[in-house]
Design a protein around this ligand. Structure first.
Ligand code: CTP
Length: 401
């Protein structure tokens, strides 16, 4: 009964995906939530108010007045809810929400609601990719709403592509997550990097490292679950986590990562460089595949790659919190403190390659956090998702923005 006592307003707008909403309502009720449903007139073409009323045990609200002439107080409904979930959210309804229009009860409740709002868009692929819809989505996201999906697959139009409403079980999972985390980073702009970088030697070869990106991904999910507006810049080979709804940018080389980081840095409030960025790049990558000459050795000419964290340290504003990682093999504490000072960081997370089960590729990590005061906080070996929680908790305590 993870949702016991939680009040959820389900707003249903006109899309064929509305036929799946009774399933979502049922999942919520079974988990102990109290659910009230708001239906637009066009949504009622796809799902009946009777079905939803039977499932939720509550009246279903469609217009400002019930049949008996009683006024459905939209402000009261908005204040009643702990969470408003609009699923499916049609392109038209989202456009109205993005611009504050309220020509039906659902939209009036939305405008009056003080609780967090989640949206699960559903529409045809071309409608979804249209710049107007994308602009509206950006606005809604900026208002702090969580956008769930849409997913990709078969659409009612017969086309295949982005625009499918996520399945009820997926939306349900997001709602559970929403209530299981304290939203202590609500709307905070968090920039995280993860994974390796790749420096091209020639069109088929590169220099890289063993970073898997797991630590950065765990951090991105932790901050997102706690309400953060997360941008994840990931090196090659790192896949966007399925449940991550923030901005995901894939980059290749240290210089790509540098450029992308610098573009996103000014807006970020918390920055965590978990990526294993190359220190050296190939001075002049060959345009054609390099051929071996028998018996001869081959020398690669390397030049320094940009140090992203150092650059950020120089540009850092007072209210920005800058965190780095240090993976060391010897003189661990001394090296980490040096990096903290040299790069002007607020915190450094030290891990040692000498600790079994820690570091690259592993699902666990053993860290020591060192802050500006140089006080050391050592943690035992933990799963990376628990390590991410420790790091987020530390930042919560020490970031005074
Ligand atoms: N870092 C960076 N840009 C680089 C290299 C590292 O932003 N070109 C960041 C890493 O993301 C990490 C921190 O700097 O957060 C420390 O990285 P690390 O490789 O441990 O240290 P370096 O500064 O590269 O020093 P060294 O390799 O000599 O230990």
């Amino acid at each position: 009964m993870q949702l016991k006592g939680k009040r959820i307003l389900l707003g249903v707008t006109g899309s064929i995906a509305a036929y799946k909403i009774p399933m979502l309502a049922r999942l919520l009720i079974k988990e102990g939530a109290e659910v009230k449903v708001l239906l637009t007139t066009s949504a009622a073409d796809f799902v009946t108010p009777h079905t939803l009323s039977v499932i939720t045990g509550n009246p279903v609200y469609s217009s400002f007045y019930s049949h008996d002439g009683v006024w459905n107080n939209h402000v009261e409904l908005g204040l009643w809810a702990d969470l408003m979930v609009i699923a499916p959210a049609s392109a038209h309804s989202m456009a109205k929400m993005a611009h504050g229009l309220c020509d039906n009860l659902l939209l009036s409740v939305y405008l009056s609601a003080r609780c967090p709002v989640m949206l699960a868009p559903a529409m045809d692929a071309d409608m979804f990719s249209h710049p107007a819809t994308q602009e509206n989505l950006k606005r809604l996201k900026k208002s702090g709403h969580e956008i769930i999906g849409p997913g990709t697959g078969e659409l009612a139009s017969g086309l295949t592509g982005w625009g499918r409403m996520e399945e009820p079980e997926f939306i349900f999972g997001k709602i559970i997550l929403h209530f299981s985390f304290q939203k202590d980073f609500y709307q905070k702009k968090v920039l995280i990097t993860c994974g390796p970088t790749r420096e091209s030697i020639d069109p088929v070869r590169f220099l890289s490292n063993r970073s898997s990106g797991k630590m950065g991904i765990a951090l991105a999910l932790e901050f997102e679950n706690r309400g953060g507006d997360v941008t994840l810049i990931a090196g090659p080979g790192v896949q966007k986590p399925e449940s991550f709804s923030g901005k995901f940018i894939s980059v290749e080389s240290a210089s790509d990562m540098y450029q992308t980081c610098m573009e996103n840095f000014p807006d970020a409030e918390i920055i965590i460089m978990a990526a294993a960025v190359a220190d050296f790049t190939i001075a002049a990558p060959a345009k054609e595949k390099i051929k071996k000459s028998k018996g001869e050795s081959f020398i690669l000419n390397l030049s320094p790659a940009p140090d992203i964290l150092s650059e950020m340290g120089k540009k850092k504003r007072k209210k920005q919190f800058l965190a780095g990682f240090a993976l060391e093999s010897n003189n661990e504490l001394k090296n980490a403190v040096n990096k903290l000072e040299k790069k002007n960081l607020d915190m450094i997370v030290l891990n040692s390659i000498n600790d079994a089960g820690a570091g690259f590729e592993s699902d666990s990590n053993k860290i020591t956090i060192i802050g500006r005061s140089k006080k050391k906080n050592s943690f035992p070996l933990k799963l990376k998702k628990e390590v991410a929680k420790d790091i987020a908790d530390y930042i919560k305590k020490n970031h005074h923005a």
